[in-house]
Structure formats: C-alpha cells, structure tokens
Design a protein around this ligand. Structure first.
Ligand code: BDR
Ligand code: CA
Length: 314
C-alpha cells in the first residue's frame, strides 16, 4: 500500500477523498492534516471526524490541525458553495480528539522519518505544504510524490474567471510549492474535473441504489453542493479531490498527462491565483505533471466500489 498523508479542508469531495485513503487497500493513510479552506475550520474538523466514523475507522488515523489562515492574506471561504460541508450530518463527537502536534510539524516529521517513501494528497489551499517546505529545506525531496488538486489548464476558474479556489485562497503558498522542487502531479479544475469527474443524475441514482451506509453518506455530503453546481450550469456534483486521491492510488486511471511549467499569479487585479501552465515555452523548465485525460468510467466505478464497502459507523 501507498504510505500517504491527506492534507485537506474537509467539505464534500474532500470527505470522499478521505474515504479513498481510509478504505482502499492500496492506501496506507498515516495522517490527516487540516488546512484553512472551504468552510469554517471547526466544521472542517467535524467533517473529518464524521468521515472517519462513516468509514468505521474513528480513532485509527491521527488528525492534525494546521494553518488557520493563508500565508499572507485573510481567509476566504466557500461556504456559499458547501454550506457546512457535510449536508447537515451530525454525530456524537465525544472522544474525538485531535493530535497535539501541529500539521506542519507532522508533515515535516513523517516525510523525514522515511525519506522518499511518503506521498501527499493536497486537496485544499497549499498553506501547510508551503509552510513545511519553508520550515525544512529537505521536505520537498523527502516527499515521494505530491498530488495537488488546483488550478486550471484552460483558464477557466471557479471562484473568479481566472482562478480555481485552492490556488485563489493562498496564491503565495501555491507559488512557493511549485518552486520548491517537489515531484508534483496536478489535477486541475478544468478541463479534467469538469469533463470527467462530475457525478450527474444517472451516476447519483446508481450510488443511491447501492443502499449502503456509505452511499447514504455520499448522497448527504454531496447533496449540499449539487444545487450550487447546477445553479452555475454544471450537470452534477464535482469531485476533483476524490479524483486526485484515486489517481495517486491507481495511476492506471490516467489516460494522458504532460510535463508543464506551472506558476501561480499573486499580484494580478483580476487574476489572483491564476495558474500559468506553460508547455514548451523557451526558458521555462517543466516542474509538474498535469493530468489532461482520465478513465472517467473507471473513476466512477472506483467510487461506487468504495461506497459499497460494508462499514459500522457508531
Ligand atoms: C476545490 O475547492 C473545493 O471546492 C474542492 O474541495 C476542491 O478542493 C475546487 O476548486
Ligand atoms: Ca478541497
């Protein structure tokens, strides 16, 4: 199994990405690290515990709290998109304790303990990852592979015309991460998520028909954003984060990817967080692999498989 940490701002598709880490036998999830992003920090922590519980793995994977705001800017939420991020689900949180160690320390420590073995799936703003790279100059080379959900490689954003949410919230962190020397794979918002990781009504009906507690969890958690997605013309619920986790664990789902130079705009008036993805531009060496095409049917089947897992939540 792949030893990994998931760095998350737990709402909606982050929860499903966590399920991949928690339930896929190909994954050895060593820790969950929390970063400020989608919804209020405390809601994100609750949502992570609810996901651990839904997977029947409460108390088995440590949850470390990380940066509560971006490197240099105020936090921006996506609460209008995600609500509380878990479709109003609730549980008894007694006994749910987070770890005392800060997430940035955890990332640095775990990567240094097994240099070249640990992979990271980063599915929120890149604040914790940038901080870890600043804290330990050896961090980037200690990490085996960094899978990042963020940016867009056709210029189509989701929070502004130019920017995808994760890079928009902390563009300085994203820029620092692409300059830090990681082995990075990027799963962008567009085109790959919009074209190939949207659960439309037929796929949602198939999930409901599974009839498992996890299928119900998926429907509740993802229902919150479904209405929003439809209101902006997307025909279903978007799943960039679970796609990112799935591609690390099952690289055979990638049909096409290419090496790019990726850099992130930090100063533009209308382009804050824009991901410049350059290919074959003189003087710009490649620093990341960008996923361009995936086996969408394989991905939907993978998620349905995860949701079929029998579990015993509390
Ligand atoms: C990103 O922001 C959130 O809406 C999703 O969880 C994903 O990580 C997409 O822009
Ligand atoms: Ca996310």
């Amino acid at each position: 199994p792949v030893p990994l940490i998931i760095d998350t701002d737990t709402a909606q598709d982050d929860c499903i990405a966590l399920l991949a880490g928690l339930l896929d036998p190909a994954a050895d999830l060593r820790a969950i690290t929390m970063v400020a992003g989608n919804v209020g920090f405390e809601s994100q922590v609750r949502n992570a515990f609810m996901t651990l519980n839904a997977a029947g793995r409460l108390g088995e994977v440590p949850l470390h709290l990380g940066c509560r705001r971006p490197l240099v800017r105020p936090w921006v939420s996506a609460q209008d998109v995600h609500g509380d991020g878990a479709g109003g689900l609730d549980m008894d949180f007694e006994g749910c304790a987070t770890e005392g160690e800060h997430a940035v320390d955890t990332l640095v420590r775990m990567a240094a303990e097994h240099p070249g073995e640990l992979s990271i799936v980063a599915i929120g703003p890149l604040t914790n990852i940038a901080m870890a790279a600043i804290r330990d100059p050896g961090f980037a080379s200690n990490v085996k592979a960094l899978y990042v959900m963020g940016g867009s490689n056709n210029g189509r954003g989701n929070i502004t015309a130019a920017a995808e949410f994760n890079f928009y919230v902390d563009p300085e962190a994203a820029k620092a991460v692409f300059a830090a020397g990681f082995d990075i794979t990027v799963v962008p918002w567009a085109p790959v998520t919009l074209n190939q990781a949207v659960f439309a009504q037929p796929a949602l009906d198939e999930i409901t028909a599974l009839g498992t507690p996890l299928a119900d969890f998926f429907t509740r958690v993802c229902g919150a954003t479904l209405e929003f997605d439809r209101s902006v013309g997307i025909d279903g619920t978007t799943h960039p984060d679970s796609l990112t986790a799935a591609l690390l664990l099952h690289p055979e789902l990638v049909r096409r990817s290419a090496r790019y130079n990726v850099d992130v705009e930090t100063s533009g008036e209308l382009t804050r967080g824009y991901a410049a993805m350059s290919w074959g531009v003189h003087g710009l060496p490649d620093n990341a692999t960008v996923v361009e095409d995936v086996d969408a049917a394989g991905f939907y089947a993978y998620i349905a498989g995860l949701l079929s897992t029998p579990t015993r939540p509390q």
